[in-house]
Structures are given as structure tokens and as C-alpha cells.
Design a protein around this ligand. Structure first.
Ligand code: ADP
Length: 536
């Protein structure tokens, strides 16, 4: 017997058209370089995204060709998110925080044909110009300056564009691409399909995931060049939610002002951003009136329990999730399940600091040396995943990366425990685990605990070579402004929470910790710096 259902491709063109028809008057707000707010609605967005697609076709864009963007979070980048793939192209968002040499490497490796760039980012483009070869560079005049004659003017292109002629499209066609930030080796490209983006949007919109609906106002603080701002622009269009883009102004005051003026209900970013927001709220608790219960999606690095508790006091709900470039990115999201709803408050906080449970169609397992680790919340193993929005290979690379198992699971490089209720807890990245006397120590657990100390702003724990134990943990700590702390008081603070052999043998106090372009701790740098540190 055969199914009698239609074959209907899952494409972004459908999502864009539906939004243009159903949500034409819903607002999209963007902060501009001069901090003023640009406002228009989905009706304009729909028309302009199609016009951009038409303009790119007129420039000769063919199916599957890459259009790179070097842009902050705002309406024009959002137009490219749909205009490029709906014209049959592939949206390639470039991470503007990378070193110019890395950006140029990525552009050339991806064979990008066109570039769309913010006028305020032209100085950055100048640094990669000699090493790249774009056929046409299109400049978005965000700051009102006039576009130099040898570049294309984004606004002029849109104004003069012929209507887009919808290309034949298959749901498996490539729609977007993103490179990993290259913390291990050269950056690697992941290519998303229309289908993978659509299914990822369905999954993340669901209640018990991000619960993103039409009545939400969504503010993606996570950059649109970082795994598609976690897919939020796509999901928001699917649901017709209002959007508030922060532009390049990611400091706490500008964000809180935007949350207040647009009555944001859902926002997303890495923990570093939320640490700044928390400090601002604690300093001036009465300054902003935020939407009660605003959800703050935290990912990219662990949300410490102390942070979740602190935001609860302001009536703001941290939603903790896990993902990576290779997983589109959302794989697991934390929500309190029916069976865990009766737990005491402290246990619930402990649970909320975990990275959550897998969404539908996202399968997980933890593999240790002894095979699949039991779901007991204690046995550590490498997290392996599979699902319709998980990469099956890297762009232009033979699969000699060792990242996929023979039976088709993707090896994340993250060490986790999975508990009986299915919540994963990231204990480390494989390369960051501290290996002491044949036992594993989670640097993340120690860092999260340390960051709960009232005097500590940020902490990193690394393994430093040790003659007897192989490695021992060293804590590198930044204290809050105007504070001083001692090794003894920090060790005492940790002592009740961990087995004795987990406690750092040394503490170093520094002014600042090194971070990657995406705000993660750059532990390789610290390991290098403290490699020869003598132990007592
Ligand atoms: P890169 O792998 O280049 O650093 P990604 O943005 O793809 O960039 O990062 C994915 C990694 O970030 C994950 O493998 C994991 O180590 C870490 N990560 C993501 N979310 C969390 C989280 N909630 N808690 C702890 N680590 C996280």
C-alpha cells in the first residue's frame, strides 16, 4: 500500500510567503549604529526580501551559489536570511569577530561569490579585501553615509529590482552555511538545507522547547553570524512573532532599554551577556520595567545555577539549552518535566542548571570506553547525537575528521552524564577534562561552583601537568571590582560541594580571562601560560 499524501517540500519560501500574507502588520524593530530605532513590518520585510532575491538573480546568482554576509543583527541581515535562499542561493554568515585571516580563509574555502556588508563594517572588509575575490560587494547604508561608487548600494538594488522568479526548489537544497569557530584546528563548514532549517524551527517553536509563538517579541542577542542566531529569525517568521534586533549595541543598558521599549518576551544569548545584564539590574533594580516572566535562552556555554537563581529574583526565567554549529544548533532544552515538578526547590535549581532533554527527533547517547554509558546521572561519556538537523559531513572535507561513527552518530566532543529522567549535563569538552590519577575531573562543574562565590566574577579551571597525578586542577580567577579573595577561602567554599581530589590545588588571580570570538573561555591559552607552573 502507498500513502495518499502529497509530496510537499519544506522550504523557506513557504514560510516567507505565509508571513507576508498573515502577519503583514507585525513589527520588526532594529537598533541602528546611531542607536536610534528603525521600524517596519513583515509586509515590508516580505517585499524587500523578495526584491533582494530578484536583485541577486539579476546579478547572476545561480542555484547553490554562496552569498556571504558581514553584518550585525538588524532588518537587512534578516532580509538576506530569506532573500538569498528564496532566490536559490546559500546564505553564508561570516563571523566578524574572527581574525581577518580566518575570515578570508573561510570565504575562499566556501567559494563565496557575493558579499553583503554593513557600511560600519567596511573597515573590516578592507582587511580581507586583498585576500578575497568577491564578484560584487553590496553595502548596506545603515549609518546614512553614501555608498562608495565601486560598491553596490543595497537600497538602490532593492529599489530597482525586478521581481524574483521563484527557482525550482527541493527541500534538500542548501539554504545556509556556517563555519565552526575553529577552536580545534581549521574552521569547518556546515551546510544547512531548507528541510533541516524548517524542521529545526518546528522543534524549537514548540512548548517545552522555546515555546515561541505569535504573541512573542523576540530579541536575538546571539549574533546572526553565530549558528543563525540559533535559528530564531527563521522560527520567528514561521510563527509571525514580533522581532527586536539589537544591532551592534550589545551592552547591558542598550539591551535593557530595548527589552523595555519593545516589551520583549523572549531573548537569547551566551552567559557572558547575561552576566552583564544581571550586574546592571542589581545596580539599578528600579530603572527598567521588563515583561514579567521574560524568557532568557542561555546556551553556548553553561548557565551557572547562581545565575538562574539570581534572574528568578527579578521574575526573569532562564531557559537553558545545548547545541553546536553542527546541530543547527538546538539539540536539548531544559524544562521541568511532570515527574520532576514535585522536587524541592534546591533540586529543581540543580536540574535547571543541566542542559535539558533532547527535543523530538534528536537522539542522544553517551559513549565511554566501556560502551554506552547508563542513564544514571553519574557515568561520564562522550555525547553522540543524530537527527534531521544534525550535520552528516563538513563542506568540502573528506570524512577523515573522525567525527562520525560507522553507524551514523555525530561525536560532539562534549563529555556528559545523562540522568534517569533524560537530562544531560555537560561536564566538559574532551580536551578540557582534567585527568588526575586516572580519574576525570569536570572543569565546568568547578567553574560553575566558583562563579557562585559572591566575590568571583569569572573562573576557569584547567589541568596542569603534575609528576605524580598526571594533571591537577588549577583555578584561574577574576574577582569582582573592588574585591580581593584568597586561595584558602575559595577552596573552603568549594570543599563541601566536591570530592576532595576534585578541589583545585592552586589558585591564580588575574585581571581578565581569554575568550574566543564567540565568548567561550579560551583554555588553550591558559594551559599554555600555566603549563610549567610548579606544584608545591
Ligand atoms: P565551537 O564548537 O566552534 O566552539 P559552537 O558554537 O558550535 O562553536 O559551540 C558548541 C559547543 O559549545 C558545544 O560543543 C559545547 O561544548 C558548548 N556548549 C553549548 N551549549 C552549552 C551549554 N548550555 N552548556 C555547556 N556547554 C555548552
Amino acid at each position: 500500500m502507498r500513502s495518499t499524501m502529497m509530496q510537499f517540500p519544506l522550504t523557506l519560501a513557504h514560510i516567507l510567503d505565509r508571513a507576508g500574507r498573515l502577519f503583514a502588520s507585525t513589527e520588526i524593530v532594529s537598533r541602528l549604529p546611531d542607536k536610534s530605532l528603525h521600524r517596519y513590518a513583515y509586509g515590508d520585510f516580505h517585499r524587500r526580501a523578495l526584491a533582494l532575491g530578484g536583485a541577486l538573480q539579476a546579478l547572476g546568482l545561480k542555484r547553490g551559489e554562496r552569498v556571504a554576509t558581514l553584518m550585525w543583527n538588524h532588518y537587512a541581515h534578516f532580509e538576506a536570511y530569506f532573500g538569498v535562499p528564496c532566490a536559490g542561493g546559500v546564505l553564508h554568515t561570516l563571523n566578524l569577530r574572527l581574525h581577518p585571516d580566518d575570515i578570508a580563509y573561510i570565504v575562499n574555502h566556501a567559494e563565496d561569490r557575493f558579499l553583503i556588508v554593513d557600511d560600519v563594517l567596511l573597515p573590516l572588509y578592507d582587511k580581507i579585501r586583498a585576500n578575497t575575490n568577491f564578484e560584487k560587494v553590496i553595502v548596506v547604508p545603515l549609518s546614512g553615509s553614501s555608498v562608495p561608487a565601486h560598491y553596490g548600494d543595497y537600497e538602490a538594488l532593492i529599489a530597482q529590482s525586478a521581481p524574483l522568479s521563484p527557482p525550482a526548489m527541493d527541500e534538500e537544497d542548501p539554504a545556509g552555511m556556517c563555519y565552526t569557530s575553529g577552536t580545534t584546528g581549521k574552521p569547518k563548514g556546515v551546510v544547512y538545507s531548507h528541510r533541516s532549517i524548517v524542521l529545526h524551527s518546528f522543534a524549537t517553536a514548540m512548548v517545552d522547547c522555546l515555546g515561541l509563538g505569535n504573541r512573542d517579541c523576540v530579541c536575538p542577542v546571539v549574533p546572526m553570524f553565530h549558528v543563525n542566531a540559533w535559528g530564531l529569525p527563521f522560527t520567528a517568521v514561521m510563527m509571525g512573532a514580533k522581532l527586536a534586533f539589537p544591532g551592534q549595541h550589545l551592552d547591558a543598558v542598550n539591551l535593557l532599554d530595548l527589552y523595555q521599549s519593545e516589551q520583549v518576551t523572549l531573548t537569547a544569548g551566551v552567559p557572558t551577556i547575561w552576566a552583564g545584564i544581571l550586574q546592571a539590574l542589581e545596580k539599578e533594580p528600579a530603572r527598567w520595567t521588563l515583561t514579567p516572566g521574560m524568557r532568557m535562552v542561555v546556551g553556548g556555554a553553561a548557565a551557572p545555577e547562581a545565575m538562574i537563581r539570581a534572574f528568578d529574583k527579578f521574575g526573569l526565567g532562564v531557559v537553558h539549552g545545548w547545541g553546536m554549529t553542527e546541530t543547527s544548533p538546538v539539540g536539548t532544552v531544559n524544562f521541568i518535566k511532570r515527574e520532576t515538578a514535585g522536587l524541592a526547590s534546591d533540586r529543581q535549581y540543580e536540574l535547571r542548571a543541566k542542559q535539558g532533554v533532547p527535543t523530538p527527533f534528536f537522539e542522544i547517547r553517551a559513549m565511554s570506553d566501556k560502551g554506552e554509558a547508563p542513564w544514571d546521572g553519574a557515568t561520564m561519556g562522550e555525547l553522540q547525537v543524530r537527527g534531521p538537523w544534525v550535520a552528516a559531513s563538513y563542506h568540502g572535507l573528506e570524512d577523515d575528521t573522525g567525527k562520525w561513527t560507522e553507524d551514523g552518530w555525530f561525536c560532539t566532543g562534549d563529555i556528559v552524564t545523562i540522568d534517569a529522567a533524560g537530562y544531560i549535563k555537560i561536564t566538559d569538552r574532551i580536551k578540557d577534562l582534567v585527568k588526575s590519577g586516572g580519574e576525570w575531573i569536570s572543569s565546568l562543574d568547578l567553574e560553575n561552583a566558583l562563579s557562585g562565590h559572591p566575590k568571583v566574577r569569572e573562573a576557569a579551571v584547567i589541568g596542569v601537568p603534575h609528576s605524580k597525578w598526571d594533571e591537577r586542577p588549577l583555578a584561574v580567577v577574576v574577582v569582582k571590582e573592588g574585591q580581593t579573595a584568597t586561595a584558602d577561602e575559595l577552596r573552603e567554599y568549594l570543599a563541601p560541594k566536591f570530592a576532595a581530589f576534585w578541589l583545585p590545588d592552586g589558585f591564580e588571580f588575574v585581571d581578565e580571562l581569554p575568550h574566543t570570538a564567540t565568548g567561550k573561555l579560551l583554555k588553550a591559552k591558559l594551559r599554555e601560560r600555566f603549563r610549567g607552573r610548579p606544584w608545591d
